[in-house]
Write a protein that binds this ligand. Structure first.
Ligand SMILES: Nc1ncnc2c1ncn2[C@@H]1O[C@H](COP(=O)(O)OP(=O)(O)OP(=O)(O)O)[C@@H](O)[C@H]1O
Length: 437
């Protein structure tokens, strides 16, 4: 037997002592050993030794890279270095997201002969139907989740960018849950529409008598989030005056309550979100560039639903369980076709609203096309509004379905905003963007 096929007994017994699931593979994807943690949490009964990692974890008969996925073993073989990747794995609990870290081990001649694969489940998202949290498995969703998995354990400030209703708040929560701060609070602040003085006293807290009506001392949200994560939603709406104070907080790690001279130390991790184009706001002078750099150490774009249409069936199944938990609702193939052909300008929030309405319209167990609002059915060509695009890129599709929704809507703009899952402000912004007065 040549050295590169014989496992090092020392290595195998070392792996046995590790608390996380680990396997040892050779360069041909074959599993040579699996430690106790793996056997007790990942194995499905049959021994994995002698089988390939792609067959055990993915039920594939080809290595991941040949099945169109990223394979850390192939990458590590090429780079000679440690490689990390997020994969959906088959486990005794069904398919789960798992963080994989693969380290190459060299034999006496210096050749990479084995790989140690460490697996850590990422429990904050599911690739199968679930009645809570983030679900998704489309490539665009997995790319986003991989960034979440990489950034979560650090204390880096994260900026989530994405359209309304794409799930930015759920992603912020997932970052917190996957971080070392998970045992501490997650505090969300909606920055839109908060006047400057209120924002300041809410976030930084105030002393008794700091302003008219401040009858008692109040700790701010920074204090409430201590040890945990502060999530600033719609950060692009923060007035310039407050941007300076936020910048100071991030630069010095300290702040003062309103009406106090005492400097307090903040222990928070900042996650912010916006659907506004901050770069354009910087150019216009309405957002500070220095603050942008501070909050944007690690940017993550949350994909629009039309960029992950293959997730619609999974989302429908999960969201039906959330909007009508006491019913066993299904959706017919024809209704699913209607949803798959629609571009969802209001993203997952709009899909949820659509399903909530359909569940109210449907008396039986199966939602059919007749239970879906007329506006969802494939748009006919627009007559009075700007002509629909023919090139078929996603922006055009979004524009078309938005224009269609506007044209067919009967009722107030507020109702329209609710139906699309947009704030009224976002609705007006989109109307302007598409040239409708
Ligand atoms: N991947 C997902 N899986 C399950 N539910 C989701 C997902 N993404 C979004 N949702 C649901 O869609 C709705 C909107 O999500 P959320 O409020 O997080 O969006 P948002 O991007 O923060 O929106 P806004 O920019 O308007 O604040 C929520 O009900 C959320 O639970």
């Amino acid at each position: 037997m040549s050295t590169d096929t014989r496992p090092l007994p020392e290595l195998v017994s070392f792996l046995e002592t590790l608390a996380e699931p680990h396997i040892l593979c050779d360069r041909h994807y074959r599993i040579i050993a699996a430690n106790h943690a793996y056997r007790s949490t990942c194995a499905t009964g049959r021994s994995v030794v002698g089988r390939t990692c792609y067959e055990v974890s993915h039920h594939y008969n080809l290595p991941c890279d040949q099945a169109g996925e990223s394979c850390p073993l192939a990458r590590s073989l090429k780079s000679g270095q440690r490689e990390r990747v997020l994969h959906l794995h088959h486990t005794p609990r069904g398919e789960e997201y798992v963080n994989i870290e693969l380290s190459p081990i060299r034999d006496a001649s210096g050749e990479v002969a084995w790989f140690i694969e460490k697996m850590e489940p990422l429990n904050v998202a599911r690739g199968i139907s679930d009645n809570r949290g983030l679900v998704g498995r489309a490539p665009a969703f997995q790319r986003m989740l991989e960034l979440v998995a990489r950034a979560a354990p650090s204390d880096a400030s994260i900026l989530l960018q994405g359209e309304s209703g794409t799930g930015k708040e759920l992603v912020a929560n997932a970052i917190h849950e996957a971080s070392l701060r998970a045992e501490h609070p997650f505090v969300a602040v909606d920055c839109s529409g908060l006047p400057e003085t209120l924002f300041e006293s809410e976030v930084f807290g105030h002393e008794r008598g700091a302003f008219t009506g401040a009858s008692a001392r109040k700790p701010g949200l920074i204090e409430a989030a201590s040890g945990g994560t502060l999530f600033l939603d719609e950060l692009g709406d923060i007035p310039l005056g407050m941007q300076v104070k936020l910048l100071r907080l991030l630069e010095t790690g300290t702040y003062r309550r309103v009406g106090s001279t005492e400097l307090r130390r903040a222990d928070i991790r900042l996650v912010s979100a916006t659907h506004r184009p901050l770069q354009e706001m910087i150019a216009r002078g309405t957002f500070r560039q220095d603050l942008y750099y501070r909050i944007n150490t690690f940017p993550i774009t949350v994909p629009a639903l039309r960029e992950r249409p293959s997730d619609i069936p999974l989302l429908v199944d999960s969201l039906l369980g959330r909007v009508a938990p006491t019913r066993k609702l299904r959706i017919s193939a024809a209704a699913m076709r209607v949803l798959m052909a629609y571009a969802f300008p209001g993203n997952v929030r709009e899909l949820r609203n659509v399903l909530e309405r359909a569940s109210l319209m449907c008396d039986g167990d199966e939602i059919g096309p007749e239970h879906l609002a007329e506006e969802l059915h494939v748009p006919p060509p627009a007559a009075t509004l700007p002509a629909p695009a023919t090139t078929g890129n996603w922006q055009d599709i979004e524009r078309d379905s938005f224009l269609h929704a506007v044209r067919t809507h009967r009722g107030s703009r507020r109702d329209l905003a609710t139906r699309l899952g947009l704030s009224e402000r976002t609705l007006y912004r989109k109307l302007k963007q598409f040239g409708i007065g």
